[in-house]
Design a protein around this ligand. Sequence first.
Ligand code: 15L
Length: 267
Amino acid sequence: MTINRILLTGAGGNLGRELRRHLKGRFAHIRLADIVEMAPAKPGEEIVQCNMADRDGVMALAEGVDAVIHLGGQPVEADWDTIINSNILGCIHMFEAAHQAGADRVLFASSNHAIGFHHRTTRIDDKCEPRPDTRYGLSKAFCEDLGRLYAFKHGLKSFHMRIGSCFPEPVDARMLSTWLSYGDFCRLVDVGLQSDYLHEIVYGVSDNPQSFWDNGNATRLGYKPLDTAEDYRQQVAGIISPNAVAEALQGGGFPADEFTFKLAKIP
Ligand code: 15L
């Protein structure tokens, strides 16, 4: 299917605004959705304010679109109510709406916090066991599986980007492993929009030699990152957490938050 009409959720957030600039003028129509206010629509754009927990609102959002890029939802750890409404229900609504609309694919902003309880010394790939490090991370792991259900049952393609740390620059030593530049994020989204697959998990990470992740699956699909956290080593190498759990585990401060177990017992 040729992709002409795109829905971008979370369009008012940092990554959404980057992607909006990147996609502009390349598709016949881009519907931009968020719960927050967004900059006014330019030619070829449409703005819709929507809460992802509102089922009917999300069903209407997906009408007539060929591809959904779903960045919307709660971006960090929160209480159960917030996670259930914004992320779990939001994702269920989004996948069901994309299916009902006959869309070809959904690209989903998953997160490294779906696997944050892996040790930093373990190199993992797209096939590793999920180890959510928070309620937030669990919602991301859930949506990766939700994508499997819609892919295998209905043929709705889904592309799950386990984003590391997507910021203008790395800000601490952990990001020498997890950093994703805005440019590489846009390149990864292009792979999700252009390549052929049924259900894939890829890591949203730049070309960092110290990465925790074997991103061979993204490479296989055509991802070629052009940026690297190594360029920032001098400025961030000394910035580490005083918390031993945060420093030992891939998710950093997320697994360490509310942690009451023993680090030595985590396999
Ligand atoms: C995420 O999932 C968050 O959305 C982002 O704010 C960062 O904390 C990032 O993970 C990270 O792990 O650095």
